[in-house]
Ligand binder design. Sequence first.
Ligand code: AMP
Length: 219
Amino acid sequence: MKKVFIFLGPPGCGKGTQTDRLSKELNIPHVDTGSLLRENIKNETEFGKIAKSFIDKGQLVPIEVVQSVINERISREDCREGYILDGFPRSIEQAEALKTMWENSPFEFEKSEKVAVYFDIPTDVLVERLINRRSCPKCGKIYNLISSAPKNEGKCDICGVDLVQRKDDTKETAVLRFETYNNETMPLLDFYKNEGLLVQINANQGIDEVYTELKKVIS
Ligand code: AMP
């Protein structure tokens, strides 16, 4: 089994849900740049202040900010047995930066135990998924109002608190995020193919089926 996972796919493809599951099973952290940036915004850090305006417009946050946030996160002790990157890298520039970081890493697994997984899914399924996505602000559990609705309308099954919609999950911002994805992130597929790291799974299936396919391609 590999130890470092790069999950690639458009917004709403289900990377986050699959990452949570794999992270629990393998006992390695889920490193999610979107959440790390939102945490910075909530705590009103300098990085958060810069990130906010880009996130609200569905654009990529400048590489200096994202790289600092990610470097700090993956250098922590809990990443020594591996980690799952979700939402990073998102451009060739970021992938090159990550490559250099790994080349200079003192840890062997960061050089040799990597795989990039592409979650393949048709675009028309995605806008529907995004605008129906809700999450629990307390435990982070993700719901979909159509395919995995909470038992009590608008409330988290686990915590009972009101579910929230991400500000950038509106139709208008979702469309901008897809444009950004197509322009900046799609070229990463060729990048990782050339690196010999790319595998692909069909993300247009139920959560369990996607997970079964994921486990097959990473083992
Ligand atoms: P996500 O939660 O992964 O959908 O990310 C939400 C937003 O955070 C994105 O639309 C970007 O504005 C920003 N973001 C997340 N990851 C990155 C990244 N690797 N590089 C630049 N911006 C990012």
